[in-house]
Design a protein around this ligand. Sequence first.
Ligand SMILES: Cc1ncc(C[n+]2csc(CCOP(=O)(O)OP(=O)(O)O)c2C)c(N)n1
Ligand SMILES: [Mg+2]
Length: 428
Amino acid sequence: MASEHPRANLPPLSLHVPEPRFRPGDPVDFAAVDVPAAGSARRPDTATPAGEFHELAYTLVRVLDDDGQAVGPWDPKLSPDMLRRMLRSMVQLRAFDERMFRAQRQGKTSFYMKALGEEAVAIAAAYALDRDDMCFPSYRQQGLLIARGYPLVEMMNQIYSNSGDKLGGKQLPIMYSAKDFGFFSISGNLTTQYPQAVGWAMASAAQGDTRIAATWCGEGSTAEGDFHSACTFAAVYRAPVVLNVVNNQWAISSFSGFAGAEATTFAARAVGYGIAGLRVDGNDALAVYAATQWAAERARTNQGPTLIEHFTYRAEGHSTSDDPTQYRSAGEPNAWPLGDPVRRLKDHLIAVGEWDEERHAAQDKEVAEEVKAAQKEAEKNGILGHGLHQPLDSLFDGVFEEMPWHLKEQRQQMLDEETASGRPWARK
Ligand SMILES: Cc1ncc(C[n+]2csc(CCOP(=O)(O)OP(=O)(O)O)c2C)c(N)n1
Ligand SMILES: [Mg+2]
């Protein structure tokens, strides 16, 4: 073929197709992952222009060292009480995930997504932000709701699409929406939350408000056009927003190389837009807290947006519909060089004499009981697939303020067909 080409004297073009380092059955060695020492990254004043610390987009902001001590300029110097609250929220999130994953396996719901290994990302950010800052999460930041004290029963009602589900059974399980908790509706369409967060932040500034926005997407999602248009708007208008990229190495079965990780970091996206960029150890709750607090301070003082890459690892499958043993080595989660975020925060509290193994074990038990009790409560409202938990004619509600004539007709047709079939559809 090549010889028939009119310009056969030129070398043939070829494409680079990224390939993950480890496949099922391969031994895992993450020695090539560069892990700078805790405390080694400098912390510029929050008023420093974004162009003066580009190196922070290529390193890792880390606070917790291998001995469990908090070191360096990014140490947020949190009180032991605050550290214990963060730890408890992370433990709650893990217990909640565990129980809901099992509920899906037991056929009580159709779908669940865990945040195992990424607990610090959402929990530490929730504590660093103000309670009334507006969050635009992806589907893996349920930790925001847990840290803000949203009732676990309400989350479960949504997961079960039962009669207690505030969203009326209209959303896929785990796609929560909680306006009162500053938690924007989760969308299944990746990265739509990015321009929404920037738009909200711009509106907040345009109205002279003081609240800022924060948003999260996965590293795979940075390939979406929405990510880039959001960054442009945020940069141009210096929108008061914190843009988080959760680099957990995987986008379902595609490794981060397919979103550009072989060429540069995700935090480096910020450099091209003239946005402040930070790359952070996402398994270090103190580093996530410090980076979020720093970025929030910049936003609050009209220094503009910050893009934070949280370098972490998705320790479980993408969702209950996924089987990671089919595409990656089972050794990866345990070999991940940044460790387990829960264990690291726990070790820190123990190292500073503010926690011990007995208290931790007791808390684990207490939290497991709390989640179990919430589940029992939620199941009183029904589980997915067992009966019609929402009145059938409510299917069309909540979209338009005034229902258009064609939807009224369709609703009537549906109800007529149900009546003719003899099924009980009536509004309770
Ligand atoms: C616009 C769009 N494209 C594709 C999908 C299918 N999809 C759902 S999750 C996902 C992977 C996202 O990976 P990443 O952004 O890294 O987030 P993570 O799941 O790792 O948190 C894909 C491709 C989708 N939901 N929306
Ligand atoms: Mg990912």
